[in-house]
Design a protein around this ligand. Structure first.
Ligand code: SF4
Length: 607
């Protein structure tokens, strides 16, 4: 019997909708969902070949444990596995405190999975040691948006790409990393021959091939470029003074700094022609609608937050935000990095865009969860988490849906940390990842085509994901594993209310709790439900109770989610830090993406 089920592609933050065809209980094929607003039926090679990765031969199907690191694995029951994990975590917490354990999770998880992991760490155990592989790609974007616009909310939509008159791609290569977004850029070019495309990238990347202007800047000189463009905007009277006066703070201080970045100076720093910097600024400032798109080239830097602020400044200075075809648009790496950000699934964030450093926000979440407090001390972020594992400060780690032994920088140190750790739990769909070699306990999780819940893509669009087939063997959904473990751990820690903290019978109950946590916040989704997402299709946030649709574009009224409603310019300077090559360095090594492979290759590099 054949059926077709709606889901999403699990590879990148474009969040394309897919229709999974099953035949006799097995995934037979996949095609783009013509009704999904993100892709309207299109898929790139990765998405179109998803069904080929559904082979269960290398799937983890049963809980397994090993007595000796890298030794043989033996199958155990779920009860035995989770009791052991709960006992080892409880022992560690009793002996060394809540901060001696940590969770390292993934932008691949559903929002519901993320929510319960976050609640387990921050609510039940009392540690903020929960971080994610999204840290490596998106934390600079989060901080950049918050610092300038007041909230971690990409203001644009994919339809803005089609309406833009100037597209400025900086530190991104969507032709390879976000192919369906690049199809929008190609469509925009086909519809409007006057469209100007600027690409700032040290390499002549695949995306640069379509550019009218390629700024091949030296690695790490992004801030100099953005400040230099601002210098030109000011000098040529292209600043929207009325917008700046009515809706922003801090422009004068940045304008003073920008005086030190005339085109000739910036040309020297960036290694590009001064006339090209002037041209880029004129196009950007003189256009009716300028859209920027950026990703890891800005984010993965010693000054990633300032890189993000630098490009956002150009929009604030020219009023190119909150109107069709305009705005700063960070492209999300993983399929649900956005969902993780929404539930506060990072070591320095709290649910629904609350700040861990804000006592009122911590008190709100403690009340909401019914726990005495949420700890104030920030947890360890991804790289520090593994450093602390190596030093013994963190003794037990729970890794879910990610492969740090292969994908984190400085792999030798990460592997040493995993080898040194007292206890490593790996919750995974695949049994053959590099990290699996270091796990004391392996817990089989459901994978793409089997999972259910919700995900959010780069344009704030939430899609309901439905399972097409059952997970193989005894694999369970990620949220189920966490909830079962949390209840057992609560008992071991004599936490009388643990079962009440994790009462969920299904993923929908978790979604509903998360939904309530957003009430009154900038990402309010109190108007959404599983039923609505299924009947009306994917929706953008905010979507508060009583609304009939989500918001396509943020900040149309020029009001920002800051205490005084104004966006902020930040006084940023170009600094020759480690990611800027020294004058006598002949070669720069840059990381990039392979178009048809999944980041860590655990899905696409098996044959
Ligand atoms: Fe999947 Fe991204 Fe390709 Fe869309 S663009 S099919 S989400 S990998």
């Amino acid at each position: 019997m054949k059926t077709e089920v709606k889901s999403t592609c699990c590879y990148c933050g474009v969040g394309c909708g897919v229709l999974i065809e099953t035949e006799n209980g097995k995934i037979a094929s996949v095609r783009g969902d013509p009704e999904h607003p993100a892709n309207r039926g299109r898929l790139c090679t990765k998405g179109a070949t998803l069904h080929l990765t559904a082979d269960p031969t290398y799937r983890l199907q049963y809980p397994e444990r090993r007595a000796l690191r890298q030794g043989a694995r033996e199958m155990v029951s779920w009860d035995a596995a989770l009791d052991e994990a709960a006992e080892r975590f409880a022992e560690t917490i009793r002996a060394h405190g809540p901060d001696s354990v940590a969770f390292y999770i993934s932008g691949q998880l559903m929002t519901e999975d993320y929510y319960v992991f976050n609640k387990l760490a921050k609510g039940l155990i009392g540690t903020n040691n929960v971080d994610t592989n999204s840290r490596l790609c998106m934390s600079s974007a989060v901080a950049g948006y918050k610092q300038t616009l007041g909230a971690d909310a990409p203001p644009c939509s994919y339809e803005d790409i089609l309406q833009a008159k100037v597209i400025f791609i900086a530190g991104a290569n969507p032709a390879v990393a976000h192919p369906i977004i690049f199809r929008y850029v190609e469509d925009a070019r086909a519809a409007n021959p006057d469209l100007k495309i600027i690409v700032a990238d040290p390499r002549r990347s695949e995306s640069a091939e379509i550019a009218d202007l390629h700024l091949a800047i030296k690695p790490g000189t992004d801030i100099a470029l953005f400040n230099g463009m601002l210098n030109v905007l000011i000098a040529e009277d292209l600043v929207d003074q009325a917008y700046v006066a009515a809706h922003t703070n801090g422009f004068e201080a940045l304008a003073e700094i920008a005086k030190s970045y005339p085109p000739a100076v910036v040309a020297e720093i960036c290694g590009v022609e001064a006339t090209d910097i002037v041209k880029a600024a004129r196009w950007f400032g003189g256009s009716a609608a300028s859209l920027s798109m950026y990703c890891q080239g800005l984010n993965q830097s010693a000054h990633g937050t300032h890189n993000n602020a630098g490009i956002i400044h150009l929009h604030l200075a020219t009023g190119q935000i909150g109107k069709p075809g305009a705005g700063p648009f960070s492209l999300t790496g993983q399929p649900n990095a956005m969902g993780g950000r929404e539930v506060g699934g990072l070591s320095n964030l709290l649910s629904a865009h609350r700040d861990l450093g804000n006592p009122a926000h911590r008190a709100e979440m403690a009340r909401f969860w019914g726990v005495p407090f949420v700890p104030s001390k920030p947890g360890k972020s991804a790289v520090d988490l593994f450093k602390s594992l190596k030093t013994g400060e963190i003794k037990a780690v729970w890794i879910a849906c990610t492969n740090p032994a292969q994908s984190l920088p400085n792999q030798a140190a990460v592997r040493e940390a995993l080898q040194t750790a007292e206890y490593v739990v790996l919750q995974e769909a695949y049994g053959n990842t590099d990290t699996a070699d270091y796990a004391d306990l392996l817990l089989p999780a459901s994978g793409w085509g089997e999972k259910h819940g919700t995900v959010t893509n780069s344009e704030r669009r939430i899609t309901r994901v439905l399972p097409a087939v059952q997970a193989p063997g005894e694999a369970r959904h990620d949220w189920e594993i966490v909830v079962d473990f949390a209840r057992r751990l609560g008992q071991k820690l004599d936490h009388a209310g643990a079962a009440k903290l994790f009462p969920y019978a299904d993923a929908e109950a978790i979604f509903n709790e998360h939904r309530e946590s957003t009430r009154g916040r900038d990402l309010d989704i109190t108007g959404l439900s599983y039923a609505l997402l299924e009947s009306e299709g994917p929706q953008q946030w905010p979507y508060p109770e009583g609304a009939s649709s989500g918001k396509v574009r943020l900040y149309e009224d020029g009001r920002f989610p800051t205490p005084d409603g104004r966006a902020r310019f930040v006084a940023i300077e170009h600094l020759p830090t480690a990611d800027v090559p020294a004058a006598d360095t002949p070669i720069s090594l840059l990381s990039g993406r392979m178009r048809d492979h999944w980041h860590g290759m655990s899905r696409t590099g098996t044959e």
